[in-house]
Design a protein around this ligand. Sequence first.
Ligand SMILES: NC(=O)c1ccc[n+]([C@@H]2O[C@H](COP(=O)([O-])OP(=O)(O)OC[C@H]3O[C@@H](n4cnc5c(N)ncnc54)[C@H](OP(=O)(O)O)[C@@H]3O)[C@@H](O)[C@H]2O)c1
Length: 321
Amino acid sequence: MAHKNTLWTDEADLNKDLSGKTYLITGANSGVGLETTRQLVKQGAHVVMACRRVDAGEDARKTFQDLKGTSEVMRCDLADLASVHAFAEDFKSKHTRLDGLGCNAGAVIMGNDAKYSKDGFEMTLAANYFGHFLLTELLLDMLKASAPSRVYIISSVVHANSPAKRYNVNLDDLNWKARPYSAFDAYGEAKVASVLYAMELAERLKGTGVTTASIHPGWARSNFGSGGPIWMRAAMALARPLTRNWSDSNWASAQTSLHVLLNDDVPNHSGAYYSQHSVLYRDPECRKGGWPMETPNPNARNMHTARALVAKTREMVGLDT
Ligand SMILES: NC(=O)c1ccc[n+]([C@@H]2O[C@H](COP(=O)([O-])OP(=O)(O)OC[C@H]3O[C@@H](n4cnc5c(N)ncnc54)[C@H](OP(=O)(O)O)[C@@H]3O)[C@@H](O)[C@H]2O)c1
């Protein structure tokens, strides 16, 4: 049963003919990304499913057989810059246009100690933020050439946290090398970075016809958390039925991504944050979400921080060397 506060994509948007359009969705084999992909294929688009596990992507793709559009799976591990570079090259060699990029994949890499990718990035930031940053920057020319086009980056209600403890990006220690580590706080900071990046990108892309957005998709009954330690998997399995009244199906959680890709009003708000309802907002006025809405976290609205973050990230992922 759908939650009474779920925001739904307009029927007219879900009936648009997307034939001839190409979309790229990361983490398209599971949860929110899978349902977003399925709907775009249903509407006639070609969707490139960027998946860390190709076999899982192919299994998911089999369920699209009777749909109007087409799809393909290409490997991309967002926590590995070499894999992102290889993916982008491969994508550009096979495709001439990109109408929408969905930076959807994400995970919290649980543990008491930080784990690091082979590029030296804290793993949660690597998978949620750094990989998507590089991927987007490598595909910007294609997005501009295909304009009007759109990019969304999935954040989370977690980025807002509470008025007593607002997350922020730590520009001196993005990778948690000089602070006591918290996996959950690393996730919160990665999701602040996602909101700030969408904002900065909107400023940089003004006048190009490329629209950006960040998203909280709702509380999805997806596979989120299933890659964690056994206690976390058990807790998630137990929580799913117990939290049914507050959580959303993957289809309901795909609504925000679909709205941002398909609705005609979205280009009027480039860089904005779009959120489903969430009981997890500690600021009660935010609980019903909004398309778009102002994040209650002032750190995630700070354009000065956004620009500094982007300059630093460009250097860290090797774009300015
Ligand atoms: N579930 C929620 O309630 C919730 C709430 C707020 C925000 N979100 C965000 O929503 C997005 C989608 O999550 P979901 O709920 O649909 O969870 P999900 O079912 O676990 O899907 C996550 C997807 O991300 C992929 N992924 C993880 N790490 C990756 C990497 N290093 N490289 C490439 N792909 C990677 C996963 O691939 P594998 O299948 O190979 O692991 C999977 O396809 C995430 O960004 C998440 O942070 C979720």
